[in-house]
Design a protein around this ligand. Structure first.
Ligand code: FES
Length: 272
């Protein structure tokens, strides 16, 4: 059987060239198109909201959007900076969540699933099976800047810390009902659901799976780690799903907080 694989990396040969643009007759372009649109919607929305510096906090119920958590500018709304602020009021081009957002962005950007998604849809390397790609050569992730993708395992640990902060925000909000004390509103349900799904995404990370089950010669000698690895592996099969769902829940959570904060809607209370 004749091999159609590209030559090995660093072999000095160019990748196989296909004279036709594609041999495919199906709608192979639909997946990459939808991926590009989905990512574009999130990037445009998140960018607009991160630099808006308004409508991120509902003082009455202690709702803080994840896009501003932890809030670090001296001009953060009173009560919204649970972990304290820096001494300066940030100019418009610095996000209030200056410490967490870059790492969250890098965590997602270097995620194994998102890599696959934007390599195919945006970078077009490879575009799809049997579709001619625009790049003349292929160096994978062996050179700068793509070699930086290997830092994903470290961004995972930062993402765990930020998920803990988001969890803290959601729990604290439960203690600020309409008349003080415990209370539940639609906003609380959205904040909690968002945090649960963020944990599903973070814990289903391939680096998390490796942190628990990698570098072991014998699972039998580490039953606790083996059990954790098994559970994470089950979550891991849905990592792509969590990647997309959490993009949606992040936007939904932020939008809800923005609407309540701006007075466009009132939070519907279920209890207190
Ligand atoms: Fe997707 Fe780690 S592989 S977050």
């Amino acid at each position: 059987m004749t091999s159609t694989l590209p030559p090995p990396e660093n072999s000095g040969l160019r990748r196989a060239r296909i004279a036709e643009r594609t041999f495919r007759t199906d709608r192979w372009w639909l997946g990459p198109l939808l991926t590009t649109l989905g990512l574009a919607v999130f990037i445009v929305y998140a960018t607009a909201r991160v630099f808006q510096q308004e409508h991120y906090w509902v003082e009455q119920y202690h709702y803080l959007t994840p896009f501003y958590s932890p809030c670090l500018s001296a001009s953060c709304a009173p009560g919204s900076a649970a972990f304290g602020t820096l001494p300066w009021a940030f100019p418009w081009f610095l996000p209030y969540a200056l410490l967490s957002l870059p790492f969250l962005l890098l965590f997602r950007f270097t995620c194994y699933y998102y890599r696959k998604a934007y390599y195919r849809s945006i970078w077009q390397s490879p575009t799809a099976c049997a579709v001619r790609e625009p790049h003349g050569s292929y160096t994978g992730e062996s050179r700068f800047p793509m070699i930086g993708q290997n830092l994903h395992r470290y961004f995972f640990y930062v993402a765990v810390l930020i998920s803990l902060v988001n969890t803290y925000d959601a729990v604290v909000a439960l203690g600020h009902g309409h008349n003080g004390g415990f209370g539940i509103g639609i906003g609380n349900l959205i904040l909690v659901a968002n945090v649960v799904l963020l944990w599903c995404y973070t814990l289903s990370c391939h680096s998390c799976r490796h942190a628990f089950g990698g570098r072991l010669n014998s699972f039998g000698r580490h039953p606790a780690r083996y059990w954790m690895w098994t559970q994470i592996s089950r979550l891991n099969t849905r990592h792509m799903t969590f990647a997309w769902i959490t993009l949606g829940t992040l936007m939904l959570t932020d939008l809800y907080v923005a609407l309540v904060s701006s007075g466009a809607i009132t939070d519907l209370r279920i209890y207190n």
